[in-house]
Design a protein around this ligand. Structure first.
Ligand code: GCU
Length: 344
């Protein structure tokens, strides 16, 4: 069965205003039948908004399906790194994952548009684009036939900056010779090279020891990863390059979705906007507490960055990537419209 599954959810909109408003007990009975427990892979900590949104989704789904389905999220790469776990979602041995849009580029290059540096001007603009799943259907269903994966929704996943153990970064020349970790994606490698550094693609769990042993000089990510994965202990300079807002996507194995009854699938799809909202709403507070945590590790934050110089350097990557086909141009036009609306 092919969707518009996520599109269906989009048209239904929010049905709950919060966990308490929905009254999920996680304790529902389905008349003695067994509960199907979907595993959800996650590569960050249990404090993360996406983990909390997944737990909430599991409880609400249990309630909405009278105990027939629930979701159990596994944090800290317990089910493998994001790049490993996503292949298990594809083969159906894991049912769900929160994964970066950067990772999806490896399966369909058109995911690149939202992963390009400096395309989103603000969190508000990014959330506005991701709040229009009806217009993202072609992208979100593009992996169903080839990879057995359906994107259910996209969320804000922080503003990414560069951190390292050598010096504060203020302009492209400061990155000269520094080995910086990036996600396992071609666009991220090209981006960091254009910004002036040497790119080193690695999985999340490998970064701490690589920083500690000096294999890496630095990495690039939001403050939550920097603090909660303890990178702040081994990289003292955090520089506000503000180069990326890459979304994370909630992805489900298409075969698992298809195996549900129409009623249960609809119950899940109805709850997706709530999961999106929870993950987005909790993010800003998580950033604030993460900055306070990192300050405890005597980190030097600097905001005196020549952002225009970095923007200029990466422009060819944006131009070349967006021009490749009509879908990418349409997605980029959505970004531009959202940037304008958010600035108005
Ligand atoms: C962010 C993002 C993750 C991603 C990670 C990374 O934390 O939320 O999905 O895996 O960055 O850079 O690997």
């Amino acid at each position: 069965m092919k969707l518009s599954k996520a599109g269906l959810a989009a048209t239904i909109g929010l049905i709950c205003l919060g966990i308490t408003a929905c009254g999920g007990s996680g304790d529902a009975s389905n008349g003695g039948g067994a509960t199907t427990i979907w595993k959800l892979a996650f590569n960050q900590t249990e404090d993360h908004p996406q983990f909390k949104a997944a737990e909430q989704l599991g409880e609400l789904l249990d309630d909405a399906t009278d105990g027939r389905y629930t979701i159990k999220p596994y944090a800290n790469e317990q089910l493998g790194s994001q790049t490993q776990a996503i292949t298990n979602v594809s083969d159906g041995t894991i049912e769900m994952i929160w994964a970066s849009s950067g990772t999806l580029e490896n399966f369909n290059q058109d995911f690149i548009v939202f992963n390009l540096p400096y395309v989103f001007d603000s969190v508000e603009a990014q959330e506005a684009v991701l709040a229009q799943p009806d217009k993202l259907q072609e992208l979100y269903t593009s992996l169903e036939d080839s990879k057995n994966m359906t994107v259910l929704t996209g969320v804000h996943a922080g503003v990414r900056n560069i951190y390292n153990s050598v010096r504060p970064i203020r302009e492209p020349a400061d990155l000269n010779g520094l080995k910086i970790r990036v996600q396992q994606s071609e666009s991220q490698v090209k981006m960091i090279e254009l910004m002036g550094a040497v790119a080193s693609p690695l999985d999340t769990g490998e970064i701490y020891s690589a920083l500690q042993t000096g294999v890496l000089d630095g990495s690039e990510n939001n403050e939550t990863v920097f603090a909660s994965l303890k990178h702040a202990e081994v990289a003292k300079y955090y520089s506000y390059t503000r180069h990326l807002l890459i979304p994370d996507y909630l992805i489900v194995s298409t075969s698992a979705l298809d195996a549900m009854s129409d009623e249960d699938r609809q119950a899940l799809l109805n709850l997706v906007p709530q999961a999106q909202q929870t993950a987005n709403d909790l993010f800003a507070e998580f950033v604030t507490t993460s900055i306070a945590d990192a300050e405890g590790s005597a980190v030097e934050f600097n905001d005196d960055v020549d952002v225009d110089a970095f923007k200029e350097n990466v422009k060819p990557l944006i131009d070349e990537s967006v021009a490749a086909n009509d879908l990418r141009q349409e997605l980029y036009a959505m970004v531009e419209n959202a940037n304008e609306a958010a600035a108005a």
